[in-house]
Design a protein around this ligand. Structure first.
Ligand SMILES: C[S@@+](CC[C@H](N)C(=O)[O-])C[C@H]1O[C@@H](n2cnc3c(N)ncnc32)[C@H](O)[C@@H]1O
Length: 436
């Protein structure tokens, strides 16, 4: 019976969406409720009623003799006859005179199917259906497999219809801009408009998704990092994108210096600072991260030490594929006299990286080794704050955050690293297990 509640088999192989072809008529078990007090029975009825999109399982009975009576359409997989109902539930129903079962024919159409049901029906039997998407403002972002591309426009139409508040559906193409980290994309359905406004924890971000980086899967991390920033602290965001660390920190009242090399990210970062009324707390820069660190951040920290400023400095480095290559900046950052002043209140670095995991490898250990290797210093209990697993990128690839303090040993320099890492042919870092 379960197989009856799917779109008709005739739609298999469809490449141009014809919504009219998705209608079926099925015979469903129905329970006559009469004029019973529904509130009392609802918890029981909910266990058995049929759940379909845009379908109310409890409806008025269309019998002229019984104008106020209601019926409940039941899920045929769970129940076919009164006896299929749980003993206790059956008693409650009987006590309320609900015992009358019958069958009714009902028609379901395209509007009643979920996107996965539609796609499963049109795809070749057993083929993998696109099972995840990102929603970025009014835009649905897909990453289709090669085998799904022959039906890509149909897939686009289905997502446009089925995902609420969607105006555009795009598919990620196989190219990613390696510097600015935004994806090339093809519009599959809807408006050819990639300008979006996204809300994240109450902050608004406006940007053109075709020209800047945005990843909704980082929203928790954005919130977590900003929670570390206390009153009087300063945030230096080296790879700021359109501002998901910078804007909330600025709105908290913290001073922020935010930088991005992509002129478009810089443009939207500036706009978003205005949009979110960050009260002039954010200064934006459009520089290479190395120059930003060596000039703007360095000078600002020295200025703060000279005036005895309160609070800590947080340096966010969220460019996980490359940020470790910037770590050498810190070992040569200050002369000895400056370093002595700076390390009285060591600045905190939040470094993001990817690690590739072999069998039974610990991502925390790998991330620590990677940072130590690139920094040229061991992260001791004195300097290391946290190593956090940000997200699983793919089966063997994790995005990690390593938060550590630029203590005297790092700024002035001794304690070489103990282990070495090699870079494998995917560009990720793997533990070579070389004890130095
Ligand atoms: C992974 S994104 C992170 C953006 C933002 N922090 C977020 O969480 O959404 C990295 C950003 O670094 C910028 N970027 C890439 N190379 C850079 C460089 N050498 N200097 C400064 N920014 C750079 C990219 O344009 C991109 O916006």
């Amino acid at each position: 019976m379960a197989s009856l509640l799917v779109p008709p088999a005739s739609v298999r192989g469809m490449t141009k969406l014809d919504r009219s072809k998705f209608t079926i008529v099925v015979k469903l078990p129905v329970m006559r409720l009469g004029k019973v007090n529904l509130g009392r029975l609802m918890p029981v009825l909910k266990k058995y009623t049929l759940k379909m999109q845009n379908f109310k399982p409890i409806q008025k009975y269309d019998d002229a003799n019984d104008d106020d009576g209601k019926i409940a359409y039941l899920d045929p997989v769970k129940v076919q006859k009164f006896e299929d109902i749980d003993q206790a539930d059956k008693k409650l129903l009987s006590d309320n005179d609900v015992t009358d079962f019958c069958n009714k024919y009902i028609s379901f159409n395209y509007d009643n199917w979920r996107y996965d049901q539609v796609l499963k029906a049109v795809f070749p039997e057993g083929a993998e259906v696109p099972n995840s998407y990102s929603k970025i403002g009014h835009l649905v972002h897909l990453n289709l497999r090669d085998s799904q591309l022959s039906q890509k426009y149909l897939i686009g139409e289905v997502f446009l219809d089925k995902v609420p508040n969607t105006k555009t559906v795009v598919n990620k193409l196989n190219t990613i801009d390696t510097t600015y980290r935004h994806f090339a994309m093809e519009v599959l359905a809807g408006d050819k408009d990639t300008m979006v406004t996204v809300s994240e924890y109450g902050f608004q971000y406006k940007f053109d998704f075709a020209t800047v980086y945005w990843n909704p899967r980082l929203s928790t991390e954005h919130k977590t990092l900003v929670s570390f920033i206390k009153p009087h602290d300063v945030l230096y965001d080296v790879f700021a994108g359109v501002g998901p660390f910078a804007i909330p920190a600025g709105c908290k009242g913290n001073r922020v210096m935010a930088n991005d090399l992509n002129p478009e990210s810089y443009r939207w970062l500036t706009e978003n600072a205005k949009l979110n009324k960050t009260c002039g707390n954010i200064t934006a820069f459009n520089k290479d991260g190395r120059e930003f660190l060596n000039v703007e951040v360095r000078n600002d920290i020295l200025k703060r030490r000279n005036v005895g400023a309160k609070g800590s400095e947080h340096i966010a480095m969220n460019l996980p594929g490359m940020a470790v290559e910037f770590l050498d900046v810190f070992t040569d950052w200050f002369n000895r006299e400056e370093a002595e002043k700076v390390c009285t209140n060591p600045p905190i670095v939040h470094l993001y990286c990817f690690v590739k995991l072999g069998k039974e490898e610990d991502p925390h250990a790998l991330a620590k080794l990677l940072v130590e290797e690139k920094l040229g210093h061991a992260l001791t209990p004195e300097s290391l704050l946290t190593i956090h697993n940000v997200r699983n990128v793919s089966p063997n690839k994790e995005m990690m955050r390593v938060s550590f303090m630029l203590i005297r040993d790092i700024l002035i320099g001794y304690k070489p690293v103990a282990k070495k890492l090699k870079i494998d042919n995917t560009g990720l870092f793997v533990d070579e297990n070389v004890i130095g």
